[in-house]
Design a protein around this ligand. Structure first.
Ligand code: SF4
Length: 458
């Protein structure tokens, strides 16, 4: 079993908050999965993803924010207002306009910290949307240069891209542990590893994941790679399977799907309007869940080959709200993969510039954060459906669990579209509406157990 204590401590202790409090450079907080961390690093600042999963903080803002808003937005607002832990040491908060809650959150949070808003296009598959996003990434670069007093130059941006790409490459290596058969880490453990990347130093997190992978290497010997993902990452993924579309016989089925062209629906393609460079790459303690109210950590063990294999999708699971993953695994299923923007979706994509010119790098940075995204904030849900179909095919998925945060219309609508698509494939899907409260734990457990029973009878 892999030792993930380092990653747990990043999230649950006050060590990182104390480290950041002593840091004398700028710190830039971000929300969602759209803010280019490469630019923040290149400007000499520290990126800190501040999406939050804390129930008490979510409850605490009902004096200034409506009750009927999703827990994710309210929780971030609560922790920033209370300046808790790492949430108390930011010089700027960057908020993409991914939904109505985030748009109004940006305005509300600006009472407490300086805010920069990035305008997201509602569609990513039209040239006007791509052009808007590229101009927003350029506007963000200017904002960072003003904040830090550092001009982002070609060398600095290249080094930042290489640092972040090494992180993504290392996470792909980690996927080998998770997606081996049987897996060497649980889905909840994977959420801790991915969640720690929100707050940790990027290079140190990468080193720790590398150590985790090396420590687990002997254990991999008896575990076959379940999927082509593991095979594609077995060597040096940059050298052997560059981040573009892998050759036939390597990579996942979804990676191998034809690259989408400009104007087509999809998560690949590029922001260029069609030039030859265009390529298809794709001090205070942090709150800890109150003992006795949540399902307890560590009760789930890694399941055997006979356990149902589930894909976890939908709204992000953010520390400490890992209750759904814990319930699924305590109920006897394997979470074989997720496509959450707090986990695999965040850490699986690199920046792939066609050359090391400033223009090409800026374009590639913009592409990374827009085109592979399967966020339901975009008009078209085909990318997530297409991606999930690929996971089902590659990983032998028996059923899909869709995590829907109450009051989020975007994920709710998308869940219906996905359910219809999966019905056509005869793959059952369980949709669960929940929030950050522990009160519905047993109700969720009953629903999950009934779903697993249904799967076992198929
Ligand atoms: S869960 Fe939905 S409503 Fe909440 S921040 Fe995310 S996209 Fe917006």
């Amino acid at each position: 079993m892999a030792d993930i204590s380092y990653f747990r401590s990043i999230l649950s202790s006050d060590g990182r908050a104390r480290e950041l409090a002593a840091h004398d450079g700028p710190i830039v907080g971000t929300l969602c999965n759209f803010v280019p961390e490469e630019l923040i690093v290149a400007a000499g600042a520290v990126p800190l993803r501040l999406c939050a999963g804390d129930h008490d903080a979510s409850d605490s803002v009902e004096d200034i924010f409506p009750r009927d808003v999703c827990s994710a937005a309210k929780s971030a607002l609560g922790l920033i207002r209370e300046a808790q832990g790492v949430f108390g040491r930011i010089d700027l908060l960057v908020v993409p306009t991914s939904c109505d809650a985030k748009k109004k959150l940006a305005d509300m949070v600006s009472r407490f910290v300086p805010v920069h808003t990035m305008l997201l296009p509602p569609a990513k598959d039209v040239d006007a949307g791509k052009a808007l996003w590229l101009s927003e990434v350029e506007r963000f670069k200017t904002k960072l240069e003003e904040l830090t007093g550092t001009s982002i130059n070609r060398r600095g941006l290249r080094e930042a891209i290489e640092l972040l790409n090494a992180r993504q490459q290392t996470f792909r290596r980690f996927l080998q542990l998770w997606q081996s058969d049987p897996p060497l880490v649980t889905g909840e453990e994977a959420l801790y590893v991915a969640g720690a990347s929100f707050h940790d130093d990027i290079g140190r997190w990468t080193d720790e994941v590398t150590k985790l992978c090396e420590g687990a290497q002997p254990g991999l010997a008896g575990h076959g790679p379940r999927s082509a993902i593991a095979l594609a990452t077995a060597g040096d993924p940059v050298r052997d399977a560059p981040y573009g579309v892998p050759a036939e016989g390597t990579g996942t089925a979804s990676d191998r799907r034809p690259a989408l062209q400009h104007g087509s629906t999809g998560g690949t393609g590029c922001l260029s309007t069609g030039g030859p460079q265009c390529q298809d790459g794709t001090g205070t303690e942090r709150p800890v869940a109150p003992t006795g109210r949540w399902p307890q950590d560590g009760n789930a063990s890694i399941q055997t080959n006979a356990a149902p294999r589930l894909l976890l999708t939908g709204a992000p699971l953010i520390y400490p709200n890992f209750k759904l993953a814990r319930i699924i695994e305590q109920s006897g299923a394997v979470i074989a993969a997720d496509d959450l923007c707090s986990s695999t979706q965040r850490l699986n994509q690199p920046v792939v510039p066609s050359e090391w010119s400033m223009r090409a790098m800026m374009q590639a940075v913009a592409e990374k954060y827009l085109l592979p995204s399967v966020c339901p904030c975009f008009t078209d849900s085909a990318d997530r459906i297409n991606k999930i179909e690929g996971y089902i095919e590659d990983l032998g998925i028996d059923g899909v669990v869709y995590h829907n945060l109450r009051m989020c219309a975007l994920f709710d609508i998308e869940s219906h579209q996905l359910r219809d698509a999966l019905q056509a494939l005869n793959v059952p899907m369980l949709t669960l509406h929940t929030d950050y409260s522990p009160e519905d734990t047993e109700q969720l457990r009953n629903r999950v157990e009934a779903f697993l029973e249904m799967l076992s009878g198929r």
